[in-house]
Design a binder for this molecule. Structure first.
Ligand SMILES: N[C@@H](CCC(=O)N[C@@H](CS)C(=O)NCC(=O)O)C(=O)O
Length: 230
């Protein structure tokens, strides 16, 4: 755990005052989220899978490239969601870090195994994280960047990374029979994000095994309760 260790972040009090979240009580961790963010969804799903809803309050937070949220910058200077604020004001600023912290907090070894399977989960999760970053950057390139400055070759390059990496999971889809770990959670959030933002990509056409897996996974309460809606 983090108690007593040096910490690089100062106490973020101002935003919490602004949004009026109580500073005590059972829900003592604050999770900054945005409904559309697949990174935030990864953590929101993890909170539910670990049964930590009673300890975590979700704080909807407005973030977007070029729209500087000065208040949130006091919590996370990168102004990215998610970020987890602990009861004493310390901040964990990244989805992968937060999921690993929450897994430890809940006893450890459920979303990231501590034994031999650890590196397999972390490696698969790193591939998923790369796909998430590529998909979100395509979203920004197409929805935020002015049309006259758009670079189609760059967008296509991101898509080819996503398509090639999805095929790695499609060919190894048998591994998805295992527990709903951090890699699987990330993959489910990625597929949900493709449906949400890029319905025209039809990823299921090339990934029938992943499509069958996702059909079942999408029914889990943690996935249903965290559907993007903005
Ligand atoms: N590596 C970060 C990435 C988080 C991220 O990129 N979040 C996006 C939302 S999907 C964001 O906050 N974007 C705001 C911006 O780029 O200004 C993580 O895993 O948490």
């Amino acid at each position: 755990m983090v108690e007593g260790r040096p910490w690089p972040f100062t106490r973020p009090t101002r935003l919490l005052e602004v949004v009026g979240v109580p500073s005590s009580g059972p829900r003592f961790m604050r999770l900054h989220v945005a409904s559309a963010s697949p990174f935030a969804r990864k953590v929101r799903v993890a909170v539910r899978e670990l049964n930590l809803q009673g300890q975590v309050t979700e704080v909807p937070t407005a973030v977007a490239p070029t729209q500087r949220n000065v208040d949130y910058g006091q919590v996370n200077p990168l102004r990215l969601v998610p970020a987890l604020v602990l009861a004493d004001g310390r901040v964990l600023p990244d989805s992968t870090l937060i999921v690993q912290f929450l897994d430890d907090f809940a006893g450890g070894g459920r979303l990231v195994p501590s034994g031999a399977g650890k590196w397999s989960v972390l490696a698969r999760h790193a591939l998923v994280q790369g796909m998430l970053e590529a998909a979100v950057s395509v979203r920004y390139e197409t929805a935020v960047r002015p049309a006259e400055r758009r670079w189609e070759g760059w967008i296509e390059d991101r898509w080819s990374k996503i398509d090639d990496t999805l095929q790695v999971f499609e060919r190894g889809a048998g591994e998805l029979d295992g527990p709903f770990d951090m890699a699987q959670i990330g993959l489910a959030c990625l597929l949900g994000y493709l449906d949400f933002r890029f319905a025209g990509r039809h990823w299921r056409d090339e990934c029938p095994q992943l499509a069958a897996w996702f059909l079942e996974i999408a029914e889990r309460p943690s996935m249903v309760e965290t559907q993007p809606n903005a």
